[in-house]
Design a protein around this ligand. Structure first.
Ligand SMILES: Nc1nc2c(ncn2[C@@H]2O[C@H](COP(=O)(O)OP(=O)(O)OP(=O)(O)O)[C@@H](O)[C@H]2O)c(=O)[nH]1
Ligand SMILES: [Mg+2]
Length: 308
């Protein structure tokens, strides 16, 4: 499952505009949820692809979810995301971004409170059986709800309150702000440029999209590393949580490859580029054979030998 980012913000702040800019999908219907993939820009990928004369080059991607509002129910659709992107209107001249930030934080808190209360209702029914563990769970949830009732951030909670991870509270997710306007990122412009071919867009802004930096920052915040598979048919970048093994990398690529995993041939991307080919890199002693438990490093080029 790809990592997911959820877009939040007040009405008309530019959420869907950001979604279009990130996914390069152009204008979206208003008032509905949008789901798409945002490529993670990585300059190493093109260099690796060139070495193997790849016919197809595929960047790594993050899943992006855009909900059309801030009500508790809509925000509930963001419970599964790993990180929130908060859009603040600094373009219309009619809003105060700091004030809007605080408003959205309160909306998130209110959505969490409602969510915990519903959980309490369900849990207290089950606790009627007299099970001590269930009763303790309910008490814990009630303390949490009382805290949220006072509109206090979950981060201020003492160690005596447990936050069950399956609650997927919005207010404990990492949050990244985007100021939509001249002092931040011009999302409207970026959404229009996202529809142009990459070179044209680059020429227009004289460089990379400001969003590229944002996406890379997100990947870092999510503690992702990138590895590559370098084939002539397709060369591709993939993300993994830092600390993942070669077997987990194989699973990301294909479950069959993981099932039949024998060994992984590993070359650092820059060693491959410097050598000019897999054969030359191997000859120079830059290729290693690793087993299932090898911890994949950022920039590794992996070729998994497998048998099914
Ligand atoms: N000029 C300008 N207009 C913008 C900018 N960002 C968004 N807009 C416009 O503002 C309107 C609303 O933008 P959306 O991206 O749909 O806003 P939203 O946050 O998705 O709105 P809801 O889904 O209704 O909550 C659209 O007409 C956009 O074209 C910007 O940076 N500059
Ligand atoms: Mg929208």
């Amino acid at each position: 499952m790809a990592l997911q980012v959820g877009i939040v913000g007040l009405a008309n702040s530019g959420k869907t505009t950001l979604f279009a800019a990130l996914t390069g999908t152009g204008a979206q219907a208003v008032g509905k949820e949008n789901v798409g993939m945002a490529a993670i820009p990585d300059t190493r990928l093109a260099q690796v692809a060139e070495v193997v004369h790849a016919k197809k080059v595929t960047p790594a991607a993050i899943r992006v979810v855009d909900v059309p509002g801030t009500g508790a129910q809509l925000l509930g659709n963001l419970r599964q995301v790993d990180l929130l992107l908060l859009v603040l209107d600094a373009w219309s001249g009619t809003r105060d971004p700091q004030e809007d930030y605080e408003t959205v934080m309160l909306e998130l808190l209110a959505a969490d409170r409602e969510h915990v209360e519903r959980r309490i209702e369900r849990a207290s029914k089950q606790a009627k059986s007299g099970d001590a563990k269930l009763k303790a769970d309910v008490e814990n949830l009630e303390t949490l709800a009382a805290h949220l009732e006072n509109l206090r951030a979950v981060s201020e909670l003492g160690a005596d309150v447990e936050i069950p991870p399956e609650l997927e509270l919005l207010t404990i997710k990492p949050l990244h702000r985007i100021v939509n306007g001249p002092e931040g990122i011009d999302l409207k412009l970026e959404s229009e440029l996202a529809e142009l071919p990459e070179e044209e867009a680059r020429a227009f802004r004289d460089g990379e999209s400001a969003l590229a930096e944002v996406v890379r920052a997100l990947a870092e915040e999510l503690d992702l590393i990138t590895f590559f598979t370098a084939g002539e048919k397709e060369t591709r970048a993939w993300t993994l949580r830092r600390g993942s093994t070669a077997l987990e990398a194989a699973e990301t690529v294909h479950t069959d490859i993981a099932r039949g995993f024998i060994r992984a041939e590993v070359i650092r991307w820059d060693d491959l580029v410097a050598a000019g080919s897999h054969t030359e890199a191997a000859r120079a002693g830059k290729q290693r054979l690793e087993g299932k438990t090898y911890v994949v490093q950022d920039g590794d080029v992996l070729n998994v030998r497998f048998n099914v």
